[in-house]
Design a protein around this ligand. Structure first.
Ligand SMILES: Nc1nc2c(ncn2[C@@H]2O[C@H](COP(=O)(O)OP(=O)(O)O)[C@@H](O)[C@H]2O)c(=O)[nH]1
Ligand SMILES: [Mg+2]
Length: 503
């Protein structure tokens, strides 16, 4: 995401750092370049224009007050303006966390989802349900999309998946009326009725949050708005979320504008962010519609949703990374005990393959390798075009799984016949097994040394960071280091600092 825009900003900062001061013509030229990049990224024309104008003004103002270290100073300016662009407050000392969505009384909190067909409403219903479930809230998903017969089944499946795949927390209920199928097509009144019935059921079951999965259309039209307004006026939802497909760029923004004008939505959920390389919708939607982005969808799976933070997103675009999100992910997925246990073992040099396997699983719960690495400062752009081989993790996992418990505890006993056996069990070859064992032995040694230096790092964050920044490849990762693997805390802060300094 934002690849082209990021590149352009980086190019501009580099160029400017070649100058000893910022002159107006320098910046003007630079902003021409940025404007083009923004337009190419499908950012709304007026938004791009206004953005560049503001940055130019800021740079001019700065010039009077102090002599600029051009590159750095510009990063600061652009960062603040990007935060503003996303609807954040660039002057806030501490960025407020996004508002919670659950209003406890009177229960249930009602969320109405709306958006065009295919934008990702149904999927996002499941993601929100999953998120709330993790927070211990009970949720009911109500199938109010009566446009397509399959829509009810799809939502039911999503509810079931949320219960099966996302462990912990409370239950996700489903409400749908399959027998309404005769009435498709003239569904307005029926949709409202279904929502009202769902609300009754939700109250009876005492669920915390009721999410209404409404119908979309291919385009914004009167029929759709009539239906949505009907549901809104009869159900009085606490939140109306507009689901928008980021990949559709300007179209997404235009339809969002139409929705917001008619329904006054509370926020936008931008889906398919993972597949959107340009970022035009993300960069324009707040400015054009006035509605803030609340969440982003970053994959098809039910856990692929993130709260949207203007300042963090601005940081990601500028290659400053999004360490805070990475830390949060780590904290969410890796329990304090798991982390502490591994750390203790590591410090004593007692880490075996069994632990390594555990560690790898923890890491994979956090998301794809590439998305994790992309959150590290300076790494995003470096790995942009790179194909990170997630399959290699599968292979490594398979190899370890094919080992006996004894082999996992003492990898140095893995000699020839064992190698062959493990290889055939895991669909790899004996050389690969040998390499894994060797790398692992080496890593254990290194761990021991680090361990004796005394690891502090309580936070799972330190683990995520130090492994990834601290260099030193992990076995089976093709030289890529593994976030989630603790070495020592100081590695982390030092690396971040030195990266920052370099900017
Ligand atoms: N890559 C990706 N795909 C998504 C995301 N959200 C939804 N999708 C996919 O988009 C398609 C349409 O989603 P659906 O929820 O059925 O849309 P609806 O018609 O608005 O209910 C499905 O194939 C989803 O898997 C996302 O954040 N990332
Ligand atoms: Mg749907």
């Amino acid at each position: 995401m934002f690849d082209r825009v990021s590149d352009s900003f980086n190019g501009v900062f580099k160029k400017l750092s070649g100058n000893s001061t910022i002159s107006e013509s320098n910046v003007r030229e630079a902003m021409d370049e940025v404007r083009n990049a923004l337009l190419e990224a499908d950012v709304h024309y007026e938004v791009a224009e206004a953005f560049c104008k503001k940055v130019l003004e800021d740079a001019k103002g700065q010039q009077v007050t102090k002599s600029l270290k051009p590159g750095q100073e510009m990063i600061g300016i652009v960062h603040r303006r990007l935060i503003e662009l996303f609807g954040g407050d660039p002057n806030a000392k501490e960025q407020p966390s996004p508002p919670g969505i659950v209003k406890m009384s009177p229960a249930p909190t009602i969320i109405m989802m709306c958006g065009l067909q295919g934008s990702g409403k149904t999927t996002t219903c499941g993601k929100l349900a999953g998120m709330l479930k993790k927070q211990g809230r009970s949720v009911m998903l109500a199938a109010a999309d009566l446009q397509r017969p399959a829509a009810i089944d799809q939502l039911e499946t999503v509810a079931r998946q949320a219960n099966e795949e996302l462990s912990g927390g409370s239950q996700v209920h489903f409400y749908g009326e399959h027998d309404k199928s005769a009435e498709y097509g003239r569904a307005v009144g029926v949709a409202i009725k279904v929502c009202q019935n769902a609300l009754k059921e939700a109250k009876a079951k005492g669920v915390d949050v009721l999410i209404l999965d409404t119908a979309g259309r291919l385009h914004v039209n009167d029929e759709l708005m009539h239906e949505l307004k009907g549901v809104r006026s009869m159900l009085n939802p606490h939140h109306i979320f507009l689901v928008v497909d980021a990949m559709t760029g300007q179209d997404a923004v235009n339809s969002a504008k139409a929705f917001h004008e008619q329904l006054a939505v509370d926020g936008v959920i931008l889906t398919k962010f993972d597949s959107d390389t340009r970022g035009g919708a993300a960069l324009s939607v707040k400015q054009v519609t006035g509605a803030p982005i609340r969440y982003i969808g970053v994959g098809e799976k039910l856990d692929a949703i993130e709260p949207f933070h203007p300042e963090r997103m601005a940081g990601r675009i500028l290659g400053m990374g999004d360490v805070v999100s990475l830390v949060e992910k780590a904290q969410q997925e890796v329990s304090e005990e798991e982390a502490a246990e591994l750390e203790a073992k590591m410090a004593k040099g007692e880490l075996d393959m069994e632990d390594f396997l555990k560690q790898m699983k923890m890491m994979r719960r956090m998301g794809s390798m590439k998305s994790l690495l992309g959150m590290l400062p300076g790494v995003g752009s470096a790995i942009k075009g790179m194909d990170i081989d997630e399959k290699q993790l599968d292979r490594t996992e398979a190899m370890i799984l094919s080992m006996t418990p004894e082999e996992r505890k003492k990898p140095d006993i893995i000699k020839h016949s064992r190698k062959v056996r493990i290889a055939s069990g895991s669909g790899s070859d004996a050389n690969q097994v040998g390499q894994l064992a060797k790398q692992f032995a080496m890593m254990s040694k290194v761990m021991k040394q680090f361990g004796s230096m005394g690891a502090g790092g309580k936070m799972a964050a330190a683990k995520a960071m130090s492994g990834a920044l601290g260099g030193g490849g992990m076995p089976g990762m093709g030289g890529m280091s593994v976030p989630g693997f603790s070495m020592k805390k100081s590695t982390k802060s030092k690396s971040i600092k030195s990266r920052k300094k370099r900017k």
